[in-house]
Design a protein. Structure first.
Length: 301
């Protein structure tokens, strides 16, 4: 029998900035609250970070108490500006060094040809990610695309094509492989008025990592103003404060065979932010653990 409790098939953790001043020290401070996994994230570029040193420092802090679930870089790898080229270098470096962190998931935005449609971006996506996908396959790494629109839609945008299931079909046809999938978050689907649960059931085999972020939808605003007015109709929320049914989400993940982490993406909640940021995150952590079924209880022998 495995020594790892069955509950930890789905770990609950949080995101940590790899570009921060001292990521290991940040983790050391919040680890006692009970976080079980950490996703190490970078914005647009690695910024000269020594990945080997960073991995060693973080692993020394977490010991056997938690795992590094994934490493990620968020930028536009399909662009051709200097920052975009740095993002592509970041994808390559994280693929090459994921093993140092003890994980096999590298995540981020799929990118976009700026100002162009998803259809028009697919050839560039194939040109950039076909070699990255081969590089990943050769190293036993899975690539996971986050589903954030970043203000874009089907017809135009600046950052990411991987925000709609119709786009996923095109992406996975352009660059096939069982190691190409999603870093899925129900919030981004709800903000598009997509029901996340049927989508989850359909795509669960392609989901490699979960961002723990929820959504509150103001249906009264939608009924009065629609979704294109000056009045916000949806808010990103820390899990436990929004409309997502995380008990059902985790149940669907388990029934679909998902084994991995739900890592809370904080710093978005309109209420639990600033001085209340970690208050909200720890509430979300404990809430998601309850939705997972609570503490593991062995069966009688």
């Amino acid at each position: 029998m495995s020594s790892v409790p069955k509950t930890l098939d789905v770990r609950i953790g949080t995101l940590v900035s790899g570009n921060g001043a001292d990521p290991a020290n940040y983790i050391k401070q919040i680890l006692p609250y009970g976080f079980e996994s950490f996703s190490i994230t970078f914005w647009q570029k690695l910024g000269g970070v020594d990945l080997k040193k960073l991995a060693s420092e973080i692993k020394d802090v977490i010991g056997d108490s938690a795992v590094i679930s994934s490493v990620a870089i968020f930028g536009n790898p399909l662009g051709e500006e200097p920052a975009d080229l740095e993002t592509v270098k970041g994808w390559k470096a994280l693929i090459d060094n994921a093993h140092l962190f003890g994980c096999d998931v590298v995540a981020g935005f799929a990118g976009r040809v700026r100002g162009k449609s998803i259809d028009d971006s697919i050839p560039r996506y194939k040109k950039v990610f076909a070699p990255l996908a081969k590089r990943a396959a050769d190293k036993g790494v899975r690539l996971a695309f986050e589903n954030c629109p970043m203000g874009g839609n089907w017809w135009t945008g600046d950052w990411n094509i991987a925000h709609n299931p119709a786009a996923w079909v095109k992406m996975f046809e352009a660059v096939p492989g069982d190691h190409i999938g999603l870093e899925w978050e129900p919030c981004h689907q709800m903000c598009q008025l997509i029901d996340p649960l049927p989508q989850l059931r359909e795509w669960v085999k392609r989901i490699f990592h979960i961002h723990g972020k929820c959504c509150t939808i103001r249906w009264d605003v939608i009924k009065k103003y629609g979704i294109q007015s000056h009045v916000p109709f949806a808010f990103h929320r820390t899990p436990g404060f929004g409309d997502c049914n995380w008990t059902d989400i985790i149940s669907e993940l388990r029934m679909g065979g998902f084994k991995g982490s739900i890592d809370i993406e904080g710093w978005h909640d309109p209420v639990y932010r600033g001085e209340l940021e970690m208050t909200g995150q720890v509430h979300g952590l404990n809430y998601l653990k309850r939705c997972r079924g609570g503490d593991f209880v062995p069966n009688p022998t």
